[in-house]
Design a protein. Structure first.
Length: 266
């Protein structure tokens, strides 16, 4: 059995924060096409399951289903919300998400607005309606409320020049637990719209800068990785939370391998 789902493991809602305190990077699957993929990917040795509501066909109902399916196999769920839909952050957290990734957080004001929807007072203004999260936590209401602000992980995406310029101010916002780099969009921004190149020197230098500033703030640096190889390089650079590939890309890669094997034998 995978250690992540051992009988003495923390509940899925609390597991993400605990895993981020460890010495090894937290590796998450990335789902954007079918929430049911959580039932399969969650049985592999990932450390979390992330659902994308920004660039995918998934909607809120899919995310709620996916969170439950991830929890059923012992995995914490993270949800990337659409741009500016901070109310969606509150709803997926009530459904039991252990973390939220918010795109286009370009300054401290954006970060503070995000925290208001994700954290309970005194850090934020999230109202209490944790209809599924409370059950997933395994805690009584008072204990859940007391620990939720620490357990729930809130990631501000860094994908623009403005976000890089305001990085220290974003990291300084209490309630922001980390930053999450979107390397494709960051490459577009840093090339003034000329290229999509997550491997460019400019992006790689930005990643090093993000890691250094997150460490200085004692917060988490993370990123989306299109491949395992890219994730490994980012982990060596100090990234601690990495979402890898996607359900559709993994399906295509598996299909190519099976077809190649079949045609080689024909």
């Amino acid at each position: 059995m995978n250690d992540n789902r051992a009988t003495n493991a923390p509940s899925p809602l609390l597991a993400l924060h605990q895993r981020l305190q460890g010495d090894t990077p937290v590796l998450s699957a990335w789902i954007g096409q079918d929430p049911h993929a959580a039932s399969t990917l969650g049985r592999l040795p990932f450390d979390a399951i992330s659902f994308d509501l920004q660039h995918s066909r998934l909607d809120l109902a899919d995310a709620v289903l996916g969170i439950a399916l991830a929890a059923a196999v012992g995995q914490p769920a993270v949800v990337r919300i659409p741009v500016g839909e901070f109310q969606t952050a509150s709803r997926v957290l009530d459904a039991g998400a252990a973390g939220v990734i918010a795109p286009m957080i370009n300054g401290a004001d954006d970060a503070r607005a995000l925290v208001r929807f994700c954290k309970y007072p005194p850090l934020g203004e999230r109202s209490f309606g944790a209809y599924a999260a409370l059950g997933l936590s395994g805690l009584d209401r008072s204990t859940f409320l007391a620990g939720s602000n620490r357990a729930v992980q809130v990631f501000a995406m860094v994908e623009t020049r403005a976000a890089l310029d305001a990085l220290d101010e974003i990291l300084a916002v209490e309630g922001i637990d980390g930053v999450f780099v979107g390397p494709a969009d960051l490459s577009i921004a840093l090339s003034d719209g000329q290229a999509i190149d997550p491997d460019s020197e400019a992006v790689q230098a930005a990643l090093q800068h993000v890691v250094a500033r997150a460490r200085a703030a004692n917060k988490v640096a993370g990123a989306y990785a299109v491949s395992g190889e890219w994730a490994a390089r980012a982990a060596r650079a100090g990234m601690r939370f990495l979402a890898i590939s996607s359900d559709s890309l993994l399906m295509a890669a598996g299909a190519r391998q099976v077809l190649a094997q079949a045609r080689a034998a024909a």
